[in-house]
Design a protein around this ligand. Structure first.
Ligand code: XBP
Ligand code: MG
Length: 252
């Protein structure tokens, strides 16, 4: 059991993408299509219970819009809206409008230098990941990740463990030799379901989630000049997460 690889969620973990990224992109797509659907910040928090943009739109209609009469080809409408939403999200990310969370870039650079293998396991659409990495992490950084497991590549999205199983299988790794990084309860259920020790960094939408089973819950990864906070789990007295911290956490 030696730490060999780090597997990262994207939305909420690498960057705060939901409130000011995905949410306005959905709203823009609804407006373009002449629909009276609008997701404010609070409603979007409730809708995040369902992962996947297409799944989230269907959940909204089923749970919050009993007045809406679904057209015959509702699945096609949802697929078209989702394509438009992806275009809006990509345009926003391409403007560099979605910064990485504290400590993310520093830790990734250090992990690469230490020879740790990197992967991504996310429910979001692959284009969203590519554009976010290119414009917020830096040009060419997509190549830092050996596997980018994303979106509909597996039929069952998080909280199902399938996307993590997929990434582990592609890399030929035993989950015992890896650490996962997540920000939400659905994400944590997925990583734990795949047998991965998981470090959680919370955000405004996930602060009150149930993170039982996490190896540690932190405010963020922290930076040398901007210490993080331990919310639950062991406190190694270290103000930010580095590779030494990860090795200790993984052994524990
Ligand atoms: C991410 C999601 C995604 C994004 C939207 O969850 O729930 O649905 O909100 O992505 P996680 P798409 O961080 O657990 O992977 O619209 O591209 O599906
Ligand atoms: Mg997430």
């Amino acid at each position: 059991m030696t730490l060999q690889a780090l597997l990262f969620d994207v939305d909420g973990t690498l960057a705060d993408t939901e409130r000011d990224g995905h949410r306005p992109a959905f709203n823009q797509a609804f407006q373009d299509a002449g629909l009276d659907w609008h997701w404010d910040v609070a409603l979007y928090g409730k809708l995040l219970a369902v992962t996947g943009g297409k799944e989230r739109m269907k959940h909204y209609i089923d749970q919050f819009r009993p007045d809406y009469r679904k057209p015959e080809h509702f699945d096609e409408l949802v697929a078209d809206l989702h394509k438009a939403k992806t275009r809006h999200y990509s345009a926003l990310a391409a403007r560099g409008g979605i910064p990485m969370r504290p400590g993310v870039k520093r830790l990734l650079i250090e992990a690469r230098a230490a020879g740790l293998r990197l992967a991504i396991a996310t429910t979001t659409t692959p284009e969203n990941v590519t554009v976010l990495l290119e414009h917020s992490l830096g040009p060419g950084t997509e190549a830092w990740f050996e596997v980018i497991a994303a979106g509909d590549i597996v039929p069952a999205k998080k909280p199902a463990p399938d996307i993590y199983h997929y990434a582990l299988e592609k890399m030929g790794l035993d989950p015992a030799d890896c650490l996962a990084f997540e920000d939400s309860e659905n994400g944590l259920r997925a990583s734990l379901g795949a047998g991965l020790k998981t470090l959680v960094t919370v955000n405004d939408y996930t602060l009150d989630h149930d993170f039982s089973g996490a190896a540690v819950v932190l405010s963020d990864l922290g930076e040398p000049g901007a210490p993080n906070r331990v919310i639950a789990g062991p406190d190694f007295g270290q103000p930010f997460v580095d590779v030494g911290y990860l090795r200790t956490l993984h052994r524990g």
